[in-house]
Design a binder for this molecule. Structure first.
Ligand code: F6P
Length: 327
């Protein structure tokens, strides 16, 4: 064990994601297995500021690998964005004698963690936990696979009613600024179009997809709309379609936070478990301010700055596949 690594802190922050519990379990057990004590921090950075800390044993993470959400709770903490907030958080670090932090979350979590690490010279390891899959340097984030399956299941159900009533369904999908969930769900759900921020999709393209579908064999369509791709979301797209084509009957479904819930898939549980073990190994190797990622099924370490700032683009072949197969 590294001389300065007696106690680690672990927290989940930002939007929860299925598999976060598996990640907490893995970090806790991997650390304890190496003789490192684990202090669980509740409610993300808010708990770090307020000193909401409890030492975990291996038993504290029993029976949670299959559970969605996060047993540590999560929060979006604006206080941690201030110098005063981070200073208070550092007082907790000193009081609890925490030598390093493992932070599980997305972009905002890593941005805060990186700043904190720089200001107070504390090693921080990030584990990507977000349904959005928008972090550079990792093929997948914990929670993404589960969310994608949930969305696909919803599309399958909507397909039944869309076909029966010969309607166009506009389905709003989460993703913050990224279209990974939307595009992949569109392929998996056999959707007629996907509107994502990474590709400027003009109204004519949607019309093409819907028109082609209707002219040929289909009497209904499902169009996925990434939540921030169009001002006003899926409702706005429905209005546009109805204005141009009053003959079409449209319905809007906003999937919302259903996309964040549920038991994690086997893929997410395994990913979280591998990443948790790797996070502890990274700390023991003296790594700091890196994210544990996965590339071609290999665990990698990526500087937090790159994970946050470099842009991960959607794969062009996926976009083409969606367009090609939507007719
Ligand atoms: O980052 C995860 C996410 O679910 C995004 O897809 C979405 O834009 C956002 O969080 C919603 O956040 P909140 O739950 O705070 O409304």
């Amino acid at each position: 064990m590294s001389a300065n690594l007696n106690i680690i802190g672990v927290l989940t922050s930002g939007g929860d994601a299925p598999g976060m519990n598996a990640a907490i379990r893995a970090v806790t057990r991997a650390a304890i297995g190496q003789g490192i004590r684990v202090k669980a921090i509740y409610r993300g950075y808010k708990g770090l500021i307020d000193g909401e800390v409890k030492e975990f044993t291996s038993q504290d993470v029993s029976g949670i690998i299959q559970r969605g959400g996060t047993i540590l709770k999560s929060a979006r903490c604006t206080e941690f964005q201030t110098k005063e907030g981070r200073e208070q958080a550092y007082q907790t670090i000193l009081r609890e004698q925490i030598d390093a932090l493992v932070v599980i979350g997305g972009d905002g979590t890593f941005t805060g963690g990186r700043l904190f690490a720089q200001e107070y010279d504390i090693p921080v390891i990030g584990m990507p936990g977000t349904i959005d899959n928008d972090l550079w340097g990792t093929d997948a984030t914990i929670g993404y696979d589960t969310s994608l399956s949930t969305i696909t299941e919803c599309i399958d159900k909507l397909r039944d009613t869309a076909t029966s009533h010969e309607r166009i369904f506009l389905v709003e999908v989460m993703g913050r600024d990224a279209g990974f969930l939307t595009l992949n769900a569109a392929i998996a759900g056999g959707c007629e179009a996907a509107i994502i921020p990474e590709r400027a999709t003009v109204m004519e393209q949607i019309e093409d997809a819907i028109g082609n579908g209707r002219r040929k064999s289909k009497n209904s369509s499902i169009v996925l709309v990434q939540e921030h791709a169009v001002e006003g979301g899926a409702n706005a797209v429905a209005k546009m379609i109805e204005k141009e084509h009053p003959e079409y009957s449209t319905r809007v479904t906003v999937l919302g936070h259903l996309q964040r819930g549920g038991s994690p898939t086997a893929y997410d549980r395994i990913l979280a478990s591998r990443m948790g073990v790797a996070a502890i190994q990274a700390l023991m190797d003296g790594q700091r301010n890196v994210m544990v990622g996965i590339q071609n099924d290999d665990i990698v370490l990526v500087p937090l700055s790159k994970a946050i700032h470099q842009k991960k683009d959607v794969k062009e072949d996926k976009w083409q596949a969606m367009l090609t197969l939507s007719i």
